[in-house]
Design a protein around this ligand. Structure first.
Ligand code: ADP
Length: 208
């Protein structure tokens, strides 16, 4: 499966999502993460040699891709409409990470308008949402108002969105510094943090 991650705005969890989804897909088969973002954040992350999959630059991808069952591309931030067209045409699924912040959602809506005009297959992943909390007297954790409002906006615009969202956890900020994914980061939230990407991975596989 070929997955591309794209965003018109930086700092929305594009690289973090690319790394964790590549780790998930590696469990199913040989996966390669291609870092085509000029920041090279994924390459820096993998530089510690602890990620469970191979990471390479776009230039170095030709050979590595031959043996890969799954390819995840961390695309260049802020693509032009022309770039976006090429990205959308070159993958099975384009994932658009976005936080529930108004400015991020605004940039996201611009991206989805462009993609709709290209009839591209894409899905939005809400990231850095406030963690779900149990209300007093209830057992099931519920999404925060910000996430509910973001989902309402996306629903009303008929924008396909993953059911699972990625919470904001410090573990996600720290794990690149150690070169690990969140499931290998020692913290009390790391298990549930990893579990969210597993659920997104399951959604990807079940709709493939
Ligand atoms: P992008 O690739 O869109 O620029 P990054 O994945 O590099 O975004 O994330 C931007 C910043 O936010 C980084 O410092 C990263 O560690 C942090 N971050 C990403 N996802 C989360 C999250 N779910 N919770 C907390 N911090 C996060």
């Amino acid at each position: 499966m070929d997955i591309s991650m794209a965003s018109l705005k930086g700092g929305v969890g594009k690289t973090t999502s690319a790394v964790h989804l590549a780790a998930y897909l590696q469990q199913m088969g040989q996966t390669i993460l291609i870092d085509s973002d000029k920041n090279e954040s994924a390459l820096t992350w993998s530089g510690h040699g602890k990620l469970p999959f191979q990471t390479c630059s776009l230039e170095g991808a030709t050979k590595a891709i031959r043996n890969a069952e799954h390819v995840v591309i961390d695309t260049q931030a802020r693509p032009t409409p022309q770039d976006l067209k090429g990205i959308a045409e070159g993958c099975d699924l384009l994932i658009l990470p976005a936080t529930p912040k108004a400015l991020d959602l605004d940039a996201l809506l611009k991206t989805t308008e462009m993609l709709d005009s290209l009839s591209a297959r894409y899905k939005v992943l809400l990231t850095m949402v406030p963690p779900h909390r149990r209300r007093p007297g209830t057992n099931t954790p519920e999404p925060h108002l910000k996430e509910r409002q973001a989902r309402k906006l996306l629903d009303s615009a008929d924008i396909p969105t993953f059911d699972t969202s990625i919470p904001s956890y410090t573990a996600f900020e720290r794990c690149p510094l150690l070169g690990v994914t969140v499931q290998n980061y020692d913290d009390k939230y790391s298990k549930s943090a990893w579990n969210c990407y597993e659920k997104v991975g399951e959604e990807i596989i079940s709709h493939a």
